[in-house]
Design a protein around this ligand. Structure first.
Ligand code: ZN
Length: 333
């Protein structure tokens, strides 16, 4: 079994099929590797690159030859990486096309990995079409993306798509438990619920910044459930000073409101544990929660369109507290 993705975990059915194609002597040369963040797309593409650039005489990839090791280390001269930057523009793709026309440095094959393919601008995708459909002999191109639907249909139709599944909740929990020994059980459980199989999402959820964002959003919720408009305005003012702005806090706040609504209608909350969501949701009526969600969405849209305006935020805070407070006294809980 090769190193890379094979030794520790068995290949999935789709991966086995792909491996057979690679080893049959006619490997696909244009491949779209799709799957949620952190599911192992890069690992999988590197394993394919090992298979193509392996120098052993036996089953490929052997995982131990010089070629396999250098691929895994990311420094094989015939393995090229693109798409590491924020966007992939036409100039990047033209450089990729230029390089595919060069003779490989060591053997007869060269492999190109383009990460975050969904970030390719339409012009860049169009520029890629011809070489992706028919790469020069010996060239294999792998496009890595969270969703192939973000690619132009013309690009999608020219490559073989390999969809990697996300992790199960149990696998995700084990991975997080092993790498985040200081995280509490409640944090890990929330990360697993939110990530829905994506290790990358789960790791991002546990980052310090994301935790602070949720704490700010929780402050907002507590303030508006108490009907304390001045406290809410103060909380919003604190959130405005954050490096990444207000919008992430709004998103976390909307998730909290959504959890309270879910709890109200008998669903399973995502961010909060069931007990906490239940206790909080009983402080307001369902109608109040629906109004608060609407108000938060409208204010978020305004902020996205016009920036952080004090008037919009103050108005939002008073509307929100009015919704929570008014309904507590008027509606039947
Ligand atoms: Zn090898």
């Amino acid at each position: 079994m090769p190193e890379g993705i094979g030794r520790k975990e068995p290949l999935s059915a789709v991966q086995r099929l792909f491996a057979q194609k690679l080893q049959s002597g006619s490997p696909p040369h244009a491949v779209i590797v799709e799957g949620p963040r952190g599911c192992g797309k890069r690992q999988f593409a590197l394993w394919c690159a090992q298979a193509l650039l392996c120098t052993s005489g036996g089953d490929k990839p052997c995982g131990v030859c010089d070629g396999c090791r250098r691929v895994l280390g990311g420094y094989h001269p015939d393995l090229h990486f693109f798409g590491e930057e924020a966007t992939v523009n036409v100039a990047d793709v033209r450089e990729l096309i230029r390089q595919t026309g060069l003779v490989p440095i060591e053997g007869e094959k060269s492999v190109y990995l383009l990460s975050h393919a969904e970030k390719m601008l339409p012009g860049a995708q169009n520029a890629l079409l011809k070489v992706f459909e028919e790469p020069p002999p010996g060239v294999a191109i792998f496009l890595l993306t969270e969703s192939r639907r973000a690619l132009l249909p013309t690009v999608r139709s020219r490559g073989l798509t390999v969809t990697l599944p996300g992790l199960t909740d149990a696998q995700l929990y084990e991975r997080l438990r092993a790498t985040r020994p200081r995280a509490s059980e409640a944090e890990l459980a929330s990360a697993v619920r939110v990530a829905q199989g994506s290790l990358g999402e789960a790791v991002a959820f546990l980052e310090k910044d994301a935790q602070e964002t949720r704490e700010r959003a929780r402050d907002w919720l507590d303030a508006c459930l108490s009907g304390d408009v001045y406290r809410l305005i103060g909380c919003i003012a604190m959130a405005r000073e954050r490096r990444d702005g207000l919008l992430p806090v709004f998103d976390a706040f909307l998730r909290l409101l959504s959890d309270l609504l879910l709890s109200r209608v008998g669903g399973t909350p995502v961010l909060l544990c069931a007990e906490e969501a239940y206790a909080l949701s009983r402080r307001v009526t369902k109608n109040a929660l629906v109004r608060m969600c609407g108000q938060a969405l409208v204010c978020r849209e305004r902020l996205e369109s016009y920036g952080n305006t004090t008037a919009a935020l103050s108005c939002f805070a008073s509307e929100l507290c009015a919704s929570a407070g008014r309904t507590v006294s008027r509606d039947v809980l």
